[in-house]
Structures are given as C-alpha cells and as structure tokens.
Design a protein around this ligand. Structure first.
Ligand SMILES: [Ca+2]
Length: 308
C-alpha cells in the first residue's frame, strides 16, 4: 500500500522531468544463451537480436577508438580484490562541461572532478545474482511483494543489465563490490567527456548506437552491444539500455535560473537517474538529461553501474 503514492509520484516526475515509465509487461527480444561467466564480455560483445531495422555490428577494434577529439580511452583497469572482477574505466582528473541550455539542465557550467573509475558496463543479472546468492539480499521490490522481481526479468539473460532494482539495492550491491554509485557529475563526465557533446558518440543523434525506443527492441539488450555508442572514454551504454541510478539528490545546478515545472522536485527527496533506458527516446538519452525518482522505484528500464 505504501508503494502506490510513490510510484504515482514517480509517474508525475517522469512526466515533468522526463523519466519514462515503462510498460508493466515489456516484450523483450530473445537473447542468446550463454554459459555462466564471472566477468563481463569485453572483447567480443554479442549483438542484440536482429528484430528491428538495423543490425549493430560490434567490432572490438571500434571499442578502442575514441569518438571525436577528446582523450584517448583509458584501458580498463583491474578491479580491487572483490567477489567479481569487472572492467572499469579510469576517468582522468580535470574539468568538463556539465549541463546544457535546456530546462533543469541549465546552466551549462564547468565542473572539475578528481580522477575516478567507473564500470565500463551496466551491472548484469549474473553479477547481481552472485551478490544475492552470497548475501541473501532481498530487493526493495521483493520485500514489497512485487511478483515481477529482478530475477523474473533475469531468466535466460545473464548478460543483460539487472532491472527492478531500487536506489537502496544499487547502493547495497556497490558496497558489496567495494565500490559506490557514481555522482551525477561523474556519470555525466564519463558519458560525454570534456567537449560538451550531447551524446556519448558526438553531438548528433545516430541510429544503431544505443538501445532506445527508436531501436525497437522493447527490452534490455546484452551490455556492450553497441560499441559505436561508446563514450569518449570507452564507457558503454551510457545512452539507453537501462537508465542508471546515481548517488546524488536531484538539486539545481549553481546559477539555475528557475522557471521549469520540474524544479518543484528539487531537494533532498529524489535521487538522480541518468542516461535513459530502452523505453526512452533520443531526447531522453542525451548525456545531459536529468531524471529522478524516489529511492524505492523498481522499474524494468532502470539499473545502475558502480564507481570508485
Ligand atoms: Ca545505460
């Protein structure tokens, strides 16, 4: 009974801020089955099923090619001792351009961050399953009695991103890994680099570079399936597939001029979600798009990745 108003609030937020609520029963594309693995596939990403009008053609060489003139992608660095080893990307210290000239993304401003690392891929079902197996963790949705929990969506899709995870679930997983959620600024820098681009691959929308509504998969795809959509640092799926929790409250940027309906949600009430998911359109998966939700949201197009 407690979830209803929160979910309703999320829908309101979605309308106002731009989060895209997902259909309760998405039609997921068939995924290739995989033998159990302990590390995400990095060198040979498996393309998503060829149901829509295009076929992504992942090429390992392309993953290492910087998009645009921003810094050369850093090689994935080994994770600290942990239960799972997953590729992380080192993001160098320094300034980047955060925000845009749109609504609550205003104003575009310069932010300087210390160096950090971020997962190259979204956290997968198989990785989350390891966490649950070792800790007995129950997700927010499970505790609320939601029959469509993360595991229902995970069946047969070990390498797809985990969904139906709340902010608390994401924080718990990252802590188990000895990591944390990225801040909103870290997420945006990892997605757009330092040249202020609006998509991970450049300034213009392009088909075939992300799992969005336009792609027509109507569900998650295997992480890393769109190498052409890599960020300047080589971080994958920063546009689409699943939207991603960050650690921050939804707050105005310094110098925000006001005047947007979404501004009513500013404060220490809602956590920022970034990148849009498979249900989001091309406007919602821009590197600067800001969405947010109450912490107990568990949706089928929202997941996360970790940082440290
Ligand atoms: Ca994503």
């Amino acid at each position: 009974m407690k979830r209803l108003p929160l979910v309703s609030l999320f829908v309101l937020l979605a309308l106002a801020v731009g989060c895209a609520p997902s259909p309760a029963t998405p039609i997921a594309p068939p995924s290739p089955t995989h033998a159990p693995i302990e590390v995400l596939p990095t060198s040979t990403p498996v393309p998503p099923p060829p149901t829509p009008t295009f076929t992504p053609a992942p090429t390992p060489a392309e993953k290492a090619t910087p998009v645009g003139a921003t810094p050369t992608p850093a090689a994935p660095t080994p994770a600290a001792p942990a239960k799972l080893q997953v590729p992380m990307i080192a993001i160098p210290a320094g300034e980047f351009i955060m925000g845009s000239d749109r609504e609550v993304e205003r104003p575009s401003h310069t932010v300087s961050l210390p160096a950090f690392e971020i997962d190259q891929f979204e956290v997968t079902n198989e990785q989350f399953a390891r966490f649950v197996k070792e800790t007995g963790y129950k997700t927010t949705a499970e505790k609320a009695g939601d029959s469509m929990s993360w595991s229902a969506y995970a069946a047969g899709k070990p390498n797809n991103p985990v969904v139906k995870v709340s902010w608390d679930d994401a924080v718990a997983y990252c802590q188990w890994m000895g990591k944390r959620l990225p801040t909103e600024a870290e997420w945006e820098k990892a997605a757009r680099g330092t040249d202020g681009r609006l998509y991970p691959w450049g300034n213009e929308w392009a088909s075939g570079k992300a799992n969005t509504k336009e792609a027509g998969y109507r569900g998650t795809t295997i992480t890393g399936s769109f190498p052409g959509g890599a960020s300047p640092y080589g971080v994958m799926d920063m546009a689409g597939n699943v939207a991603e929790w960050t650690s921050d409250w939804f707050q105005p940027y310094p110098g925000y001029p006001g005047g947007d309906s979404a501004a009513q949600f500013f404060g220490q009430k809602y956590r920022v979600i970034r990148g849009g998911g498979w249900f989001s359109d091309k406007e919602m998966v821009r590197t600067t798009t800001r969405s947010c939700s109450s912490v107990d949201l568990a949706n089928d197009d929202v997941g996360f990745r970790c940082a440290r």
